[in-house]
Design a protein around this ligand. Structure first.
Ligand SMILES: Cc1ncc(COP(=O)(O)O)c(C=O)c1O
Length: 441
């Protein structure tokens, strides 16, 4: 492994890194140069166990032969095909495979290149759908506090994260937010929390104030990942579904993290047994290897657009790389890997062991909550007074030195390992995290 030393470039100035403390990083960079299975390799040749599937995306682990081969084959066969007014077989094939995995009635796929674009696409479709049906006053959008829906203007407007919004002006007009569901009564819950289904009723108050005839859609993550693994209380999503249905409001599940096995089923919708009108996906769709996102919409939504003269474009929306051949090939190979290797089943089978290991961290210094579902988990720490986020970030740095990749958001450690993991990986990840926590100031 020593041949990997010195592969890092010596000038880090030009690259303005996303969601990164650039100056701090560049003083002491953390570089990955290779990955295989559950492990990354650093520029210094150290192995680091991936506790986060990259950024919640490499659900099938790294360097999966099927995906690598599919991409190589596709790039030599058909590298690019125009996305507008032309097609190529794999984009259609992937859409068919996708709708086979979704709840009944979720029948149509609109491709994007990221989760953020999937969110913008779904919000636009929601507004345009109502207009197509003659309900053009339905334009308002409702998100939720602590929701993350990517970084474009629609997404940060319906999103509920202050720092992601505050520097960016007026955002989108006509947006309301429901309260989040993260309440202290549920601390140290295993799986879905008992308390808080009634928080969904806050939507009724927003509807009463804004009137249903003005509201297009509600968007939520079935399980809010990016703000620290906030699980839906039992019954909460069912109530949201009932209220939105009653008022003719579309329900969008942002499944960018919960899609593709994270909770032990194909999607959050299947896991929680609640069917929305649209789902946004990305990340695990191509195992994170090639950028791709997708909106999956109900037949009712899709069919509302299939009107008017047949030579007319029905929806004036799309991206140069929508359904890109290489991304489609990667997506097909990824879905095949999930299926052939039984990865969702593995996530389900390991969930109990994962839960016990994670909750074994209870009682360690600063730990004020632990929560889990499927192969996802969070450990919440008390913030240092006057210095929020500092303690968890120190844990992240110490964990990296100890050979595990974790992710922190605020003072919460979030874990979402690849679904190929086994019990010994769980022991390694949680064991090393325990040592980090024991030594944290
Ligand atoms: C729920 C959710 N929506 C949207 C996004 C944005 O996805 P991307 O970073 O691919 O734009 C993310 C990313 O973490 C996400 O978790």
């Amino acid at each position: 492994m020593s041949d990997r030393t010195n592969v890092a470039p010596n000038d880090l100035g030009a690259f303005w890194m996303p969601f990164t403390a650039n100056r701090q990083f560049k003083k002491n960079p953390r570089m990955f140069v290779a990955a295989d299975g559950m492990y990354y390799t650093t520029a210094e040749g150290r192995r680091v166990l991936d506790g986060t599937s990259g950024l919640w995306c490499c659900n099938a682990g790294h360097n999966q032969p099927r995906i690598v081969e599919a991409i190589a084959k596709q790039v030599s066969e058909l590298d690019y095909a125009p996305a507008f007014q032309m097609g190529h077989p794999k984009a259609f094939e992937l859409a068919n495979r996708l709708v086979e995995m979704t709840p009944e009635g979720m029948d149509h796929v609109f491709y994007t290149n990221s989760g953020s674009e999937a969110v913008e696409t779904a919000l636009k479709i929601a507004i345009a759908y109502h207009r197509a049906r003659g309900e053009g006053t339905r334009t308002r959008l409702i998100g939720r506090e602590r929701g993350y829906h990517g970084v474009n203007f629609g997404g940060i407007s319906v999103g509920g994260i202050g720092p992601n919004r505050k520097a960016f002006g007026t955002l989108l007009n006509g947006v309301d937010h429901m309260p989040h569901t993260h309440i202290p009564e549920n601390a140290f819950t295993r799986g879905q929390p008992e308390h808080g289904a009634e928080i969904a009723d806050e939507l009724e108050k927003i509807v009463a104030l804004g009137d249903a005839s003005n509201i297009a859609a509600v968007i939520v993550e079935p399980m809010a990942g990016s703000t620290g693994v906030l699980l839906p209380p039992k019954g909460y999503l069912d109530r949201l579904r009932a209220i939105t249905k009653k008022h003719g409001i579309l329900l969008i599940f942002d499944e960018v993290i919960t899609g593709f096995g994270r909770l032990g089923s194909s999607f959050g919708a299947t896991h929680y047994g609640v069917t929305p009108d649209m789902m946004t996906t990305a990340k695990g769709l191509t195992n994170g290897v090639i950028p791709m996102g997708a909106v999956i919409a109900s037949a009712e939504i899709h069919d509302a657009f299939m009107d008017g003269p047949e030579n007319m474009i029905e929806l004036f929306h799309g991206y140069t790389y929508s359904g890109n051949p290489i991304a489609s090939a990667a997506g097909l190979a990824t879905l095949e890997t999930y299926k052939e290797d039984g990865l969702f089943e593995n996530a389900r089978d390991l969930a109990g062991y994962w839960e016990d290991a994670l909750h074994g961290l209870r009682g360690l210094p600063h730990v004020i909550d632990i929560r889990n579902e499927g192969l996802i988990g969070a450990v919440e720490l008390t913030p240092i007074e006057g210095a929020p986020t500092k303690r968890a970030f120190q844990a992240f740095l110490d964990a990296y030195d100890a050979g595990i990749l974790i992710r922190t958001t605020g003072d919460i450690i979030a874990l979402s390992p690849p679904l190929i993991m086994n019990k010994s990986h769980i022991d390694e990840l949680i064991g090393k995290l325990a040592d980090v926590l024991k030594n944290l100031d």
